[in-house]
Design a protein around this ligand. Structure first.
Ligand code: ADP
Length: 160
């Protein structure tokens, strides 16, 4: 069974993430979405909230799981007997950082393969940060996140 992990902050999950998840689920027997704690990024949503949003919006596919990750990606991948790490590549600007991560992870664990997937071009300029920024200033984010996430963002901004 070929297992891939898709680590990320997912603060919150966007349609771009979902695009990558669906593509990965077509080529791997199991895809584990690993929600990183990432306190240094000061996430808007808690890990539990980010996992809840993912659970609501990913398609009902039995080969997708959601988990959290607190340590190194390579350690988590080995514990899960994963063969690959999935990352999304949107534009050239992602490349340098992602190449560095992939090479460091390969140095730490030779057998773990990083697989880059490109989303549909309509999501190539999208990230969680821009969605939150637009929402803060009342911009329309309907086409960037599923309705469930949209409502959670509105609730969160209302509480702040
Ligand atoms: P991280 O803190 O790990 O970068 P993110 O949630 O921002 O967490 O991103 C997780 C992964 O999803 C990364 O590989 C990122 O490139 C990818 N990703 C984020 N947004 C998109 C998008 N719109 N289209 C495709 N991939 C994306």
């Amino acid at each position: 069974m070929k297992i891939a992990i898709y680590p990320g902050t997912f603060d919150p999950v966007t349609n771009g993430h979902i695009d990558i998840i669906n593509r990965a689920a077509l080529i791997f027997d199991k895809v584990i979405i690993a929600v990183a704690t990432n306190p240094q990024k000061k996430p808007l949503f808690s890990v539990a909230e980010r996992m809840d949003m993912l659970a609501h919006v990913i398609s009902n596919t039995p080969n997708i799981e959601i988990d959290r990750i607190d340590g190194l990606v390579v350690d988590y991948a080995m514990a899960k007997k994963a063969h690959a790490v999935i990352r999304g590549l949107r534009a050239v600007s992602d490349f340098e950082f992602e190449l560095q991560m992939a090479l460091v992870n390969r140095k730490l664990c030779e057998e773990l393969i990083t697989v880059f997937l490109m989303p549909h071009e309509k999501y190539s300029y999208l990230n969680s940060g821009i969605v939150k920024e637009l929402a803060t200033f009342g911009g329309n984010i309907n086409c960037f996140v599923p309705e469930y996430v949209l409502n959670k963002i509105k609730e969160k901004l209302h509480d702040h």
